[in-house]
Design a protein around this ligand. Structure first.
Ligand SMILES: C[S@@+](CC[C@H](N)C(=O)[O-])C[C@H]1O[C@@H](n2cnc3c(N)ncnc32)[C@H](O)[C@@H]1O
Length: 421
């Protein structure tokens, strides 16, 4: 039996924009953020733009099971555009629950003419035997899932992976004197305000007045662990876009925010201006900064594989490669050396990464301690900085796993060191 694809093509522009978003994130590895700034997306009316974004995110959050369902019905991988269209089609059918005639019809329109029959047949076949898109054992790429099982055990790995399919809430850090007026949500330990709101944050009460900034509850822990006091000097060595710089400035420190990317530093300056906070902003390579100053408190939020941020950036799971981890581990070791050189005698250094990979966390801290005898680990106390209880390791460092907080949280590793006086 052949069923003609319906000609209902409403929402085609939004679906095309979703396809571009997927291609930017997966084929060009340009990151979802880049795709979200694309002119084709910006030109859409707000409702279509929201649909395009929701469709691309739903696809990325279920990409493992979607690809498993598709490969069971395809003899060989189709060309890139057709593959992306099929993925969007499956997400419409089984995640967004778009009526089948609209989902199939619009997906067929996205494919090249010669492959439309195939797309129609594959999607129609799936509507007869719906796939399970929520199976935690399929939500992460195999190689990463194997790593998480090896590092944390089967149960924790499954609990981490189950969160890939979940849309996360938005967490805000409030300025110390600000109240969450007009915002719906709840306070988490440590002070983060978790909202139940969605949509464009720039329109939320208090944004324009600079009363808060968006920052995941885990991402807020490292700057709190640095424990800066008013008037102390603090260096944020990889600062952009600036969430941790804002925390340090709000705590009253004299902050220097350094980053190698002038473009990303513009976000730091904008955030400082909006919140009325002050910091010195420096564009420089951390290892080659021609400045002789040292600081009482240094924060290194190092570049990393970012696998802990999959709740808001599910594309990171699919663009990361096994070879990235050892390469990034070398960068982290070099940056830790640079950070250590900037710590005054008796001062503190907090190292953190939003990665779930032990080579970028526990192994970095252990190697640093053997290379830098002037430093010792300064154990983080239970509950300090709002860290979940389950994240505290025996040595006083933090391994925050995404399921350690009800509703989810970003994965982070945090270690605090103190330099001998
Ligand atoms: C994980 S992000 C920092 C996020 C930031 N701390 C925050 O809370 O908003 C890592 C940053 O390190 C910067 N970076 C990477 N290599 C660097 C280097 N060698 N020197 C200085 N900054 C670097 C990147 O430009 C990027 O902005």
């Amino acid at each position: 039996m052949t069923e003609a694809a319906p000609r209902d093509v409403s929402g085609l522009a939004a679906r095309k924009a979703a396809l571009d978003l997927l291609a930017a994130a997966l084929s060009r590895r340009a990151g979802l953020e880049d795709g979200l700034g694309a002119p084709a997306l910006a030109a859409l009316p707000p409702r279509d733009r929201a649909f395009a974004r929701a469709l691309a995110m739903a696809t990325l959050r279920h990409l493992g099971p979607i690809d498993a369902a598709l490969s069971a019905r395809l003899r060989s991988p189709p060309p890139d555009q057709t593959l992306q269209a099929l993925r969007l089609g499956v997400a419409q059918l089984f995640v967004l629950e778009t009526p089948a005639h609209a989902a199939v019809g619009a997906t067929v329109e996205l494919a090249p003419k010669a492959l439309r029959g195939l797309v129609n047949a594959v999607l129609r076949g799936l509507t007869r035997e719906p796939p399970d898109l929520a199976d935690p054992d399929r939500l992460a790429p195999d190689w990463l899932y194997a790593r998480w099982r090896a590092a944390y055990g089967a149960d924790d790995a499954r609990a981490i992976a189950a969160l890939i399919a979940e849309e996360p809430p938005t967490d805000l850090t409030l300025k110390p004197d600000a109240a969450p007026e007009g915002l719906a949500g709840e306070r988490l330990p440590g002070g983060t305000f978790r909202t139940a709101m969605s949509g464009d944050v720039t329109g939320w009460p208090g944004f324009a007045e600079g009363r808060w900034w968006v920052q995941d509850a885990s991402a807020a822990v490292p700057a709190r662990a640095l424990g800066v006091r008013p008037g102390e000097t603090a260096l944020d060595l990889c600062a952009a876009p600036g969430g941790k710089t804002l925390q340090l400035a709000a705590a009253g420190a004299q902050v220097t925010a350094l980053d190698r990317s002038a473009a990303r530093l513009r976000r730091v300056s904008e955030n400082l201006a909006r919140t009325g906070l002050a910091a010195e902003v420096v564009a420089a390579e951390a290892q080659a900064w021609p400045d002789s100053r040292s600081f009482e408190a240094v924060l290194l939020d190092s570049p990393c594989s970012a696998t802990g941020t999959f709740r808001r950036h599910p594309d990171v799971l699919w663009v990361a490669r096994p070879s990235d981890v050892p390469k990034l581990a070398q960068v982290q070791a070099r940056l830790l050396e640079a950070a250590a050189r900037r710590v005054k005698p008796g001062g503190r250094l907090v190292y953190c990464v939003c990665s779930l990979e032990p080579e970028e966390g526990e192994a970095q801290a252990a190697a640093f301690l053997t290379r830098a005898p002037a430093f010792r680990l300064d154990p983080i106390a239970p509950g300090e900085g709002g860290a979940p209880e389950a994240s505290l390791r025996a040595d006083g460092t933090l391994r925050i796993l995404p399921h350690h907080r009800p509703g989810g949280t970003d994965g982070f590793y945090v270690a605090r060191f103190r330099r001998g006086a």
